[in-house]
Design a protein around this ligand. Structure first.
Ligand SMILES: NC(=O)c1ccc[n+]([C@@H]2O[C@H](COP(=O)([O-])OP(=O)(O)OC[C@H]3O[C@@H](n4cnc5c(N)ncnc54)[C@H](OP(=O)(O)O)[C@@H]3O)[C@@H](O)[C@H]2O)c1
Length: 233
């Protein structure tokens, strides 16, 4: 009998991450919903359980090496493998930051979460993922990080997501002889705390491509997607 798939989602106490957990769990995947704030994470788990969706919680702050290691150790000890990792946690958007008038400390803060966070999480979880028959890493990027569509403002956020796309390409290359696939995606403009109430997409729409990249049978690696279609970097 095929073993149940195990997924870990970062920054999943609200927004797109919470919806990714909901959709993965609905497919019968065992989901570890992670958040940096235990109270918020446990409340999110409780809200899903009240809907009849069973997921579990583990604490993880993607900027904290020890916290990431504890989450990876927990996953290894409890399940012996990891099949799906969604690097969803993110901060921004720093609209006022242009390149000519930039708050470099703010850019560093954004990079710490949006770029170094996923690097830290991947580096720590990949050994657990190598125990899986076929691992998937989904990096939640943004069209604001696409070099093919670069614009002004939000420089910290744009730089962090463009750099995250570089991480996707590099990891896909480093892992090409394994069965781990690594892809980036853009969810579109989504109604969350980050996206705001005027955004054009629901969280269901924002989560869809992440869940597809995590579960679709055949996929390339090292690519950038939106709406289940490849887009230019
Ligand atoms: N919404 C959009 O229109 C849009 C568009 C393109 C890309 N995205 C990307 O989609 C992802 C999810 O965004 P969202 O719209 O759902 O935003 P959100 O509602 O603001 O949620 C962001 C989540 O990330 C968590 N987080 C922040 N820093 C963290 C850390 N150090 N460790 C762990 N978790 C952390 C937050 O936790 P706390 O509650 O503790 O703060 C929260 O759960 C982000 O990567 C974002 O850049 C969003």
């Amino acid at each position: 009998m095929k073993q149940r798939q195990i997924a870990v989602v970062t920054g999943a106490n609200r927004g797109i991450g919470l919806e990714i957990c909901r959709q993965l769990a609905a497919k019968g995947i065992r989901v570890v919903l992670t958040a940096r704030d235990d109270k918020k994470g446990l409340t999110a788990v409780e809200s899903l359980r009240n809907e009849g969706v069973d997921v579990e919680f583990h604490s993880m702050d993607v900027t904290d090496e020890e916290s990431v290691q504890r989450a990876a150790d927990y996953t290894m000890n409890r399940y012996g493998k990891l099949d799906i990792l969604v690097n969803n946690a993110g901060i921004g958007v720093d609209h006022e930051n242009t390149c000519q008038n930039i708050d470099i400390d703010r850019v560093k803060e954004i990079l710490e979460t949006n770029t170094f966070g996923p690097i830290r999480v991947c580096r720590t979880f990949i050994p657990v993922m190598l125990k899986s028959d076929g691992g998937r890493i989904v990096n939640m990027s943004s069209s604001m990080g696409a070099l093919s569509n670069m614009n002004s403002g939000s420089s910290g956020y744009r730089i962090s997501k463009a750099a995250l796309n570089v991480v996707t390409g590099m990891l896909a290359s480093e892992l090409k002889d394994t069965n781990i696939l690594v892809n980036s995606m853009a969810p579109g403009w989504v109604r969350t705390d980050m996206g705001g109430p005027d955004a054009v997409r629901s969280v269901e729409e924002g989560a869809d491509t992440a869940v597809w990249l995590a579960t679709n049978e055949t996929l390339p690696t090292g690519r950038f997607f939106q709406d289940r279609k490849e887009i230019a970097w």
